[in-house]
Design a binder for this molecule. Structure first.
Ligand code: GN1
Ligand code: MG
Length: 368
């Protein structure tokens, strides 16, 4: 089925005028679509969810329905008292009233509203941007803090369970192709040595969760700075997008992910490894923004594990990219050979920078 034909299955007035690839997702395919009538137009986002990544893509849409209905109610209820107009994309139904279309290959397609007059940026631009990224994530956590985790199903089993990614890396290393890729690259060997030294640390959050110190709650799953929409006019955050990974988890995964992306001004796609640092000024701004919204529902144990989360999530993403490199780039989309290895090296450099700044990061957290 042509993408255009899929776009026409959704309940949007007018005729299809424009359909073009949109954004920089590493996993799904995203298109911007414009439908026009004689007097107006409607823009929306069309996305293909890859069955290769999400074993049961329907679960994503059930979760998305639960989360968006819940948040839209909250946003409406708090609108008069809010310091800005908060938004969240809404599911656009098909002409038959369903939440998605399934194509012949089993991939799922969904349409969501476009958040207009706002943009997202892959790299953090300044202190205000970092603060807003934290504020938007905190607001999202606040909105979903009273939603029972049982209302959401696991769309991606094992997502952010770091020891599981170590197991994937080990499995890739046990194959002939994985061994050959490792042997061929000194950089890959350096990656592996770095990860090996931190193998025990990879269990820190899962152990705390198993001991009952950390609670499983609804989380976003992918709150990188590139998923935070910033109002073109005011520079304030308006919403968080990309709700595919919303499911039960530890909020630490989210905080760590927001920090690893929002405090690295070089961005995760940079080719200049030496420019990758965890900037503690950006961190202070992001942390402040997050706590302004989320501070009052974090427990002492939550706070106790925040540094570990900031340290772990970039390492975990490094392991994920590295394991995918060894496995032959089957998960993350790549644009050139060695792309996933390059991405892994960036996250490893970032992890090293966090380790070097541990005392300073802890000091900022203690004084907040
Ligand atoms: C993937 O596709 P995208 O860019 O939204 C990945 C995230 C990673 C991110 C790194 C489902 O997100 O976990 O943090 O790449 N999403 C999934 O850029 O694996
Ligand atoms: Mg995503």
């Amino acid at each position: 089925m042509l993408v255009e034909d899929i776009a026409r299955r959704f309940n949007v007035p007018g005729r299809l005028a424009i359909l073009r690839p949109h954004g920089t997702g590493n996993v799904n395919d995203t298109y911007m679509v414009v439908f026009r009538t004689a007097f107006s137009e409607q823009r929306f986002i069309l996305q293909r969810i890859r069955k290769a990544i999400f074993p049961e893509p329907e679960i994503i849409m059930r979760n998305m329905r639960v989360i968006t209905d819940h948040c839209h109610r909250k946003i409406e209820a708090g609108a008069d008292a809010a310091d800005r107009i908060w938004q969240l994309p809404k599911i656009i139904e098909t002409l038959e009233g369903a939440d998605f279309v399934t194509d012949a290959s089993g991939d799922l397609w969904r349409a969501i509203t476009h958040i207009a007059s706002a943009n997202s940026y892959e790299k953090v631009r300044n202190l205000e941007h970092a603060r807003e990224a934290g504020y938007v994530l905190g607001h999202f956590h606040r909105m979903i803090s009273d939603l029972p985790a049982e209302r959401l199903a696991y769309a991606l089993p094992g997502f952010h369970v770091t020891p599981g990614y170590l197991a994937k890396m080990d499995a890739a290393l046990a194959t002939a192709d994985g061994k050959a890729r490792l042997a061929a690259s000194p950089e890959a060997q350096r990656c592996l040595r770095f990860i090996e030294k931190r193998r025990a640390f990879c269990h820190v959050l899962e152990n705390a969760s198993m001991r009952g110190e950390l609670i499983t709650r609804p989380i976003h799953g992918d709150p990188k700075v590139g998923n935070v929409m910033i109002d073109d006019d005011t520079g304030k955050g308006t919403c968080i997008v990309d709700l595919d990974t919303v499911q039960p988890g530890l909020i630490h995964y989210d905080v760590g992910d927001c920090m690893r992306s929002g405090c690295n001004p070089a961005g995760e796609e940079t080719a200049e490894l030496q420019s990758v640092v965890f900037d503690t000024d950006l961190f202070a701004a992001l942390h402040k923004g997050y706590l302004a919204m989320a501070g009052d529902f974090l427990t002492d144990a939550d706070k106790h594990y925040l540094f570990d989360a900031i340290h772990l999530i970039p390492l975990e993403l490094g392991i994920r990219f590295f394991a995918d490199y060894l496995a032959g780039d089957v998960y993350f989309k790549t644009r050139y050979p060695g792309h996933n290895l390059r991405r892994a090296l960036v996250q490893i450099q970032l992890t090293e920078s966090i380790e070097a700044r541990e005392a300073l990061i802890r000091k900022v957290m203690a004084s907040a």
